[in-house]
Each structure stands twice: as C-alpha cells, then as structure tokens.
Design a protein around this ligand. Sequence first.
Ligand code: FAD
Ligand code: NAD
Length: 475
Amino acid sequence: MSDHYDVVVIGGGPAGYPAAIRAAQNGLTVACIDGWKNRDGSYAFGGTCLNAGCIPSKALLESSELYHRAKVEFSEHGISTGAVAMDVAKMQSRKDGIVKASTQGILGLFKAAKVTALQGHGRLLAGKQVEYTAVDGSVRVLSAGSVILASGSVPTPLKTAPIDGVHVVDSWGALDFTAVPARLGVIGAGVIGLELGSVWRRLGAEVTVLEAMDAFLPMADEAVAKEAQKQFKKQGLDIRLGAKVSGASVGASGVSVTYDDAKGSHTLEFDRVVVAIGRRPLTEGLLADGTGVSLDARGFIEVDDHCKTAVDGVYSVGDCVRGPMLAHKAKDEGVMVADLIAGRWGHVNYAAVPSVIYTAPEMAWVGQTEAQVKASGRAYKIGSFPFLASGRARAMEAASGFVKVIAAQDDDALLGVHIIGPMAGELIAEAVLALEYSATAEDLQRTIHAHPTLSEALHEAALAVDKRAIDYPNR
Ligand code: FAD
Ligand code: NAD
C-alpha cells in the first residue's frame, strides 16, 4: 500500500468522512483515519454524530414520542389501545441497530468512492506528514499533499459533578440507560439537556434540569424560547434557572446534587444525573511539535473563513474549529475544503446555518433573532402565524407554536425565520433556501404552498410581515 496520498483526513465524523468522499470524487487519492472506539471495544466510523449523538438521540426521541402519543393522544383520534408499555431493551436495540447500519454504511461509501479507511490514531507531523497508529499498535508515516484535521469534540467535564459512567453520565451514557430512571437530574438546559431530558421524561422519569444561566435558551429567538419554556413546563420538565451546581455525591439512595441559586443552597436526590454543559474541541495527541498549526484560547484549531490553518495545505473542519457544533456545518466545511484542495469553488454561508432542537414541539431557526436585528440598528418588520390557525396542524393534533418571520423594513430582505411547532426541523429548509437565495418576504409571499400543509404557516407568516395574512387576523 502506498504511503503517499493526495489527501489524508484525520477524523471520520460528519466533518471528516464527507471531506474524504468529496476529495475522492474530485479524483484525488484519499485516506481517512478514525479512532472512534465503542464501549464494546469495536471501532466505527461516523464520529460522535452517528455513534453517540445525532442519530441515536433521534432514534430515542422518535420512540419516546410515539410511546407518549400512544398513551395520551391516540384516544383523541378514537383509538383505544389498552395498556401501553415500553420495552426499554427493545427500544435500545432498535437504536443500536440504526447506529450500526449507519456507521457500517460509511465503510460501504468509502469502498465505492475508493477512500482508504484506516482505523486507529492519526497525528499530524511537520511537513504534511501523518503518523498513523493502527488498532493493532503498528505505526506508519503517511505523506500527504493536503491534510484535513477533523477531530471533533468531547463533552465538557464539570468538576463539581465528575462522570462515574453509572450514576453520573455524559450524553453518551444518557443514550444507553437500560431502564427509565425514576428521578433524573440534568445539568445544563442546552440542546442535549432538553432533547435527552425530553426522552426520559416521556418515558416516565421525573426530570429536573439545572441551568447555570438566568436566561432560558438565549441562542434562540426570545419568543421561541418563551413558548418552549411554557410547553416544557406543561410536559412536566422542571427547569431551574440560575442554578449553579456545587457538588454531586453518589450514595446508597442515588446521587445527591447540591446547587446554589438566588434563594440559597439546595440539595436534590436523583437516581441518575446527566452532565450536558457543552462540548470542547478534541485535539489531544493530534498535533506533534513543530507542525505550525495553532489553537485559540479555547482550544479550537485556528482557521480562516475557508478552514485553512496557518500551514499551507493543512485544513481543519467541524467541531474542532470555531462556529456552531453542528453536523451539517461540519459536513459543509468538509466538502468545501475537499473542493478547494481540488482547485474547485468552495464556500460555506455561515449566515444561513440552520439550528434545530428536536424536542416536541421542535424548534428551528435560521438567520438573525429579533434581538440581533434590533442590536444591528436595522429597521425591521415581523410576521407571525400560529399553528393553531393551521388546518393541517389541527388535523395532526399538533396545533401549538408559531412561525415568526423577520424582514428588513427598507428592502424587505429576509433576515430571520424562527419556528416552534410540528416538523419545525423540516419546515426550516425552505427558509434556509430563501436566505441562501437572498429572498425577500415578498418572494415567500408569492411562492405557492400546497394546501393543507404545515408549510402554509411559513407562507402566512411571510404574508403577515406586510399585514396580508389570510388565515389569521393581522395585528
Ligand atoms: P465528531 O463527530 O466528534 O468526529 C470526530 C471523529 O474523529 C471521532 O470519530 C473521533 O474519534 C475521531 N478522532 C479524533 N481525534 C482523532 C485522532 N487523532 N485520530 C483519529 N481519529 C480521531 N448536531 C446536529 O447537527 N444535529 C443533531 O441532532 C445533533 N445531535 C447531537 C446529539 C448529541 C447527544 C451530541 C453529543 C451531539 C449532537 N450533535 C448534533 C452535534 C454533532 O454530533 C457534532 O456537531 C458532529 O458530530 C461534529 O462532527 P465532527 O466530524 O466535527 O466531529
Ligand atoms: P449547549 O451549549 O447547547 O448547552 C449547555 C448548557 O449548559 C448551556 O445552557 C449552559 O449555560 C449550561 N451550563 C454550562 N455550565 C453549566 C453549569 N456548570 N451548570 C449548569 N449549567 C451549565 O451544549 P450541549 O447541550 O452540551 O450540546 C453540545 C453541543 O452539541 C452544542 O453545541 C449543540 O449544538 C450540539 N448538539 C446539537 C443538537 C442539535 O442540533 N439538535 C443536539 C445535541 C447537541
């Protein structure tokens, strides 16, 4: 086997594996090194997303949502089910099967694209060389025309609540519970805390979420965050803001968590605790001395807008570089870099990266929040449309939440779209495309939306920007 490749990718998650495939599509010789190791000792491509992130969490969100709907919603449709029960072991083995099929699928894609898949550890050496330590311990040095660093991220640890892997777990551990914990504590009301808190809440856990900040979901538009907080409260998620965890100790009765808030010090008892306070870039063992690649103050690999590091021919993409830690952002960066290396056009529009939180109701947005537009000083107009007024949402028994469209007062440019409600994560795609094409609110207004669909809510919200909504009184 040749030890020279046009491109060597370190990391086979959603940043690295698409980069490898696109580079191969561009006619380059490519090797992709990945060291992901599962708890059973097996190695698998796909990184956090496929093994312990996006895919397994969505599998559990789907199962728990169906269980919840069967229990509380089917009767509304006239369906009687008798007692509805959840077989947690079966739910988990379904999830594991989906993960396995997805990760093995990458090997198939690599084979078809003629990417050399190397399982083990990669380390960048000076002069665009990569030291590859295979899983059997053997070491080779590969030389490369270009190197793409896509090493991803790992959970941020919390000193006051160390992970023991049984009682106090990270997000990976919370995806693998073999039984529903009666009392679940979640530290961090971010995306992971809300998604995984929702899974176990729907399955019957009493869930308390401790969030250090006073604001709830500050990255979302304020109206969306407010509606979400109301809905989660209704669902029984006990979200405590301004709660700073000072300690967690495991005893006979479970985990005792102490936290401080404006009212003083409190102690809560849980059977399991999930720590989900963010993720940090993974660069340990990645860079040998003298590579010239630098890290910023927070440990991210420093890159420019096109993911180039300070070293010619060395790029970095995904969670280990600045920007949102999202699989689709990672993928687009990987593809961009693989095209740039081949001398093609490559670009990521960071102003149009969608965010989705897969709770029920889902939340999704793209572009600026109202607070961001206000802070920019640009005059703006807003149109909102509630799902309550959507025939399709009512037929689906999902008529809560709304679509909010923000457009510029002067030239009608679309500035942001914010959705909380059924299938928000699917609906946002139209708004992303609209932003990508620099659409105006009028462009959305003049686009025909099929009836009856949820997408009509976006259409009506765009019409409401100019007080021209048909199916809801304009305010
Ligand atoms: P990773 O997926 O972390 O992949 C990096 C890979 O590189 C890993 O396999 C790692 O083992 C390997 N590696 C690291 N260093 C080396 C080395 N030196 N040698 C060899 N291999 C190495 N994002 C979304 O967009 N949507 C979601 O719904 C979503 N849900 C999530 C749910 C959870 C519970 C979590 C934890 C994350 C979720 N994310 C989601 C975030 C998403 O998983 C990440 O943004 C994405 O995986 C980043 O891709 P990446 O390739 O940069 O890094
Ligand atoms: P996050 O940044 O979304 O949320 C972390 C939360 O923990 C924040 O609200 C923060 O204020 C809080 N926090 C921080 N320190 C704390 C402390 N000591 N005590 C209590 N609260 C504390 O991070 P996450 O939920 O861990 O997710 C990590 C990353 O994974 C995110 O960047 C996210 O984009 C990505 N992710 C995305 C999705 C999705 O796209 N649907 C799903 C899961 C994860």
